[in-house]
Design a protein around this ligand. Structure first.
Ligand code: NAP
Length: 247
């Protein structure tokens, strides 16, 4: 189909799974990795997995919290593939802590990577999509951005901010046939959640209606739908994928 999807933070976890799923759907894949080491290690594995579906895939190095690096990456992806049809703003980190003890560095780092990055990427890709008169932007938010979470003042703020950006961008870009949606995963098994204390995990599990954690493939399948032709009339939505955690 000769369409391209760019996924930020695609070297592992949810981002890697989305990249491979969109490759299966026939998109050429731009895999954003934070570092050279990443691109030649985990990123390369994702690239190989994508190529197995007969599409082209390439790793592009950028720290998404940097406006300049995002600019350079977007230019490089456009140069390599010709179009950028889907942007998935997935890169994200946590630096949890109680408000009374949270450092400025904890707040700034998390909001820069999770939230300012969405501005950086959307800002540079939007002119390309506007010219194409088509595009899909999918922002990976979190239920923490909708309902809050003790110990995640910084993370919740960044994820709630992404939702505001999603709604504003959807209103502004709709006339150019660009849809903008967010997904809000609950607890998904990835390296990000592996590090959590067993007691914390048990507590969350007890609140999930489906009594299990989510799989990365269950996030990727929703992204695949939002990127598909079938989702052409869906914009400005926040799709919660949490097994019934946030009721
Ligand atoms: P993960 O396994 O930690 O993966 C995060 C990815 O983002 C990694 O590839 C990481 O690369 C990359 N990344 C981090 N900082 C970056 C930067 N500055 N520039 C470029 N890439 C960067 O996390 P995940 O669980 O897959 O999470 C993916 C997204 O889903 C995040 O936005 C997260 O907030 C969201 N989410 C996750 C869950 C969950 O339960 N897992 C729930 C709700 C929302 P490095 O490894 O090199 O740092």
């Amino acid at each position: 189909m000769n369409k391209t999807a760019l996924i930020t933070g695609a070297s592992q976890g949810i981002g890697a799974c989305i990249a491979i799923r969109l490759a299966k759907d026939g998109f050429n894949i731009a895999i954003n990795c934070r570092s050279e080491i990443d691109a030649s290690g985990r990123g390369l594995e994702v690239k190989t997995a994508c190529e197995e579906f007969g599409v082209s895939a390439e790793c592009f190095i950028a720290d998404v919290s940097s406006f300049e690096e995002c600019d350079m990456m977007v230019k490089a992806v456009k140069e390599r593939f010709g179009t950028i049809d889907v942007l998935v703003n997935n890169a994200g980190i946590t630096k949890d802590g109680l408000i009374a003890r949270m450092t400025e560095e904890q707040f700034d780092t998390v909001t820069n990577v999770n939230y300012k990055s969405v501005f950086n990427m959307t800002r540079h890709i939007t002119p390309i999509m506007m010219k194409q008169r088509s595009g899909r932007i999918i922002n990976v938010s979190s239920v923490a951005g909708l309902y809050g979470n003790a110990g995640q003042f910084n993370y919740s703020a960044s994820k709630a901010g992404m939702i505001g950006m999603t709604l504003s961008a959807a209103k502004e870009l709709g006339s150019r046939n660009i849809t903008v949606n967010a997904i809000a995963p609950g607890f998904i098994e990835t390296p990000m959640t592996d590090v959590l204390d067993e007691k914390v995990k048990e507590n969350i599990l007890s609140q999930i209606a489906l009594k299990r954690f989510g799989k990365t493939s269950e996030i990727a399948s929703t992204v695949s739908f939002l990127a598909s032709e079938d989702a052409g009339y869906i914009t400005a939505q926040v799709i919660v994928i949490d097994g019934g955690l946030s009721m």
